[in-house]
Design a protein around this ligand. Structure first.
Ligand SMILES: [Zn+2]
Length: 235
């Protein structure tokens, strides 16, 4: 019995600290870490804007909230791809719920620093294509099930251009990009000798384990804690 008391005291102080942190958090803050944190005063991604639209990929109609820096950077990156590739309309998927916290279909996405994004695609004759749903790409960037379906292929150049825009955005620091290995290869090849390629290589992660989402129909970007949030945010 006695040996449990220190543990209870420790637990109580952790809970008190967490409560205090939530109460003191400034108006826009990513609190805690990506797997058990939450979001205070998150920025709302519009349903659509230049070069993008938002749609949930896990049945979460409210998952359009994130750290302000992330939400702004996503819009800037989509606009830059649109400028270089007219007609682009990227499907941005779940970020976090308005207050963050647990969210259906995701292990993380709790503190506004994670976002799922559909891959850019092209038509069988190579033109940019904006699919109305995420497309699952297999080896070589072909659509799973093609040619029965749309015949779309993976658009590595636009996917690289979008990631390059995020990696060179000084307002955020990308920490992880989860992507299927066969698609990583295509994106890195599309980057060629671009100065952002080594940075991309550093943050690319391959999903591991049988139960893990293979990220063949979308990629997942995570950012480091915004510098203004380091008091509450945990990397
Ligand atoms: Zn995700």
């Amino acid at each position: 019995m006695h040996h449990q008391v220190p543990r209870l005291i420790a637990l109580a102080s952790v809970l008190l600290a967490a409560t205090a942190a939530a109460q003191d958090a400034p108006p826009n803050t990513s609190v805690g870490d990506t797997h058990d944190g939450h979001l205070v005063g998150g920025a709302e991604l519009p349903r659509s804007g230049p070069g993008f639209h938002w749609e949930t990929n896990r049945g979460n109609p409210g998952a359009r909230y994130g750290a302000t820096t992330l939400v702004d950077a996503l819009q800037a990156a989509a606009a830059s791809v649109l400028a270089a590739h007219p007609g682009s309309d990227l499907a941005i998927h779940d970020i976090a719920l308005r207050d963050g916290g647990p969210i259906r279909g995701h292990g993380s996405h709790r503190s506004g620093r994670d976002v799922d994004i559909a891959y850019y695609a092209r038509t069988p004759d190579g033109a940019p294509m904006n699919p109305t749903r995420s497309i699952w790409f297999v080896s070589g960037g072909r659509e799973r099930g093609a040619p029965a379906a749309t015949g779309a292929t993976f658009h590595a150049e636009r996917t690289f251009a979008f990631l390059r825009a995020l990696l060179t955005d000084r307002t955020i620091r990308v920490s992880h990009v989860f992507m299927a290995p066969h698609l990583q290869r295509l994106v890195l090849a599309a980057g060629g000798r671009d100065a952002a390629v080594p940075d991309l290589r550093r943050v690319l992660r391959r999903p591991r384990g049988r139960r893990v989402d293979p990220h063949a129909d979308h990629f997942h970007v995570r950012i480091h804690c915004p510098p203004s949030d380091t008091r509450f945010c945990e990397d």
